[in-house]
Design a protein around this ligand. Structure first.
Ligand code: EGU
Length: 447
């Protein structure tokens, strides 16, 4: 196939090459197709639409408001929602096996568990020209392909981004966290879900954590997160069962001893990487979106949602600047990078918080506290995860708003302590006043 000749035939329309046929690449291609661009999508893996087993990253994803708004734009929101399972609350599993639900929001607010493979297939069924790189060069020879714009949606290890690295003033960082993850399947029980389906099940155990999301086939996909060094300590089936007996005893009969041993040792633990870069564009030629621009750790369930929102934001800027790439691309970098960076930081922050002291009691306490504060001042105190998950408040603004809330709560608390001290004849020493003032100043400057 001579791609450059093909380009000349369809004159007039601007040509866009989308690199990567994953979730963001496929969605992005649809966005451009909807605007009337001539879109070609490049994917090096086998066509996922015919693939029986889909390799790669995690199987389940939590689709929330931002992602849904993007899907709505290309008219497939309802279709995708019908393929997802609503999760209205978290279900916290304590070590003793006690389960406590904590709703995500008000009645009717929920996130959706969607399968990556189904979602990807659905996104690729939109009418765009898909070039498998395998097909383009059966002899291994390179082919020329001309395009007005290249959009790199090729994931955390982006090949497109590699070209940016040689340019001056391009910032880039890549960080692996000490944790890895493996996925285990919890089969149906008597033909039905083994646990209650409309929940995101969580086993918070400080450095170890397991979560489980429901699938349409009545299975759950359990994801176990733990430090690589702990994965390495578990080498035999017996050690594995002893480990689960100690930390996740209630899950053993649900997964099944044999299935547990089989799944656990089937694949090595997968690494988790975090990528930040800036700017997202080169001239008026090339732009990055999704994980290629900002891979994040999965501890906020926002990776896909942020990537989908990239497409939405890009589209809004295209409207604003009349599809003039020379203006759109720098504006996209300027507007979007701070938000994606904030989300990357937040996901990382939550990872650190969860790993340091989050057991089931702490998790329950924190979520109840957020809920209670929101109940007292529903308009002013909106929990951070609510702004992230159920609104399109810009990520960096959500973080600032939340910091303001925390700061003023801290101040109230300190004022309260101070007035208590002031009223107490034994505490009216200057030392405690000094201490409080110093502390107050410090919270003000760091908060
Ligand atoms: C899917 C797959 C609970 C990790 C963060 C909550 C998801 C996740 C939480 C995956 C947690 C953690 C939030 C959602 C979500 C919680 C959230 C979906 C994490 C702060 C393969 N996280 N997911 N936070 O609030 O905002 O329930 O890894 F365990 S959905 Cl880590 Cl809302």
């Amino acid at each position: 196939m001579d791609l450059s000749a093909k380009k000349k035939k369809s004159s007039g329309k601007k040509k866009v090459a989308v690199v990567g046929g994953g979730l963001v690449g496929a969605l992005c291609a649809s966005f451009f197709a909807k605007r009337g661009f001539d879109v070609a999508l490049f994917e090096s893996r086998e066509d996922i639409r015919c693939a029986k087993v889909v390799k790669g990253r995690s199987i389940n994803l939590a689709l929330s408001h931002r992602g849904r708004q993007a899907l709505k734009h290309i008219g497939i929101e309802e279709k995708i929602v019908s393929m997802g399972i609503p999760m209205r609350a978290r279900m916290i599993h304590s070590l003793s096996g006690k389960c406590s639900p904590i709703p995500y929001g008000r009645k009717g607010q929920y996130i959706l568990s969607v399968g990556r493979a189904n979602l990807n297939k659905e996104l690729l069924s939109e009418p765009v020209d898909i070039c498998s790189l395998g097909d383009c060069r059966p002899d291994g020879a390179e082919r020329d392909f001309e395009a007005d714009l290249i959009v790199g949606c090729d994931g955390a290890f982006s090949t497109t981004r590699k070209q940016f690295l040689r340019r001056s003033r391009f910032d880039y960082s890549q960080t692996y966290i000490p944790h890895g993850y493996i996925e285990l399947t919890m089969p149906p029980r008597n033909g039905d879900f083994a646990m209650e389906p409309n929940f995101l099940h969580i086993w918070p155990r400080n450095t170890f954590m397991m979560i489980a999301l429901p699938n349409l086939d009545k299975t759950f996909t359990c994801t176990l997160f733990m430090p690589f060094e702990d994965f390495e300590k578990i080498t035999t089936g017996d050690e594995l069962i002893a480990f689960f007996q100690k930390h996740f005893p209630d899950s053993i009969p649900l997964i099944g001893v044999e299935a547990l041993k089989r799944d656990f040792f089937m694949l090595p633990a997968q690494a988790l990487v975090w990528v930040k870069c800036s700017p997202y564009h080169v001239l008026d030629r090339c732009v990055l979106m999704g994980d290629a621009a900002h891979a994040m750790v999965p501890f906020y369930g926002q990776g896909m949602n942020a990537g989908f929102e990239d497409c939405l934001v890009f589209n809004e800027i295209m409207d604003q600047f009349n599809e003039d790439f020379a203006a759109v691309l720098p504006e996209f970098s300027r507007v979007r990078a701070p938000d994606d960076h904030a989300m990357c930081e937040l996901a990382m922050y939550n990872y650190i918080e969860m790993r340091s002291h989050v057991n089931s009691r702490y998790f329950l306490f924190r979520k109840y506290l957020d809920g209670a504060l929101n109940y007292i001042m529903p308009k002013t105190i909106i929990p951070l995860y609510t702004m992230i998950t159920f609104t399109r408040t810009r990520y960096h603004e959500a973080v600032i708003q939340w910091q303001c809330v925390c700061l003023s709560l801290n101040r109230c608390l300190l004022e309260h302590i101070r007035s208590c001290l002031a009223g107490c004849p034994f505490c009216r020493c200057e030392a405690s006043e000094d201490f409080l003032n110093t502390f107050l100043r410090r919270t003000q400057s760091t908060g």
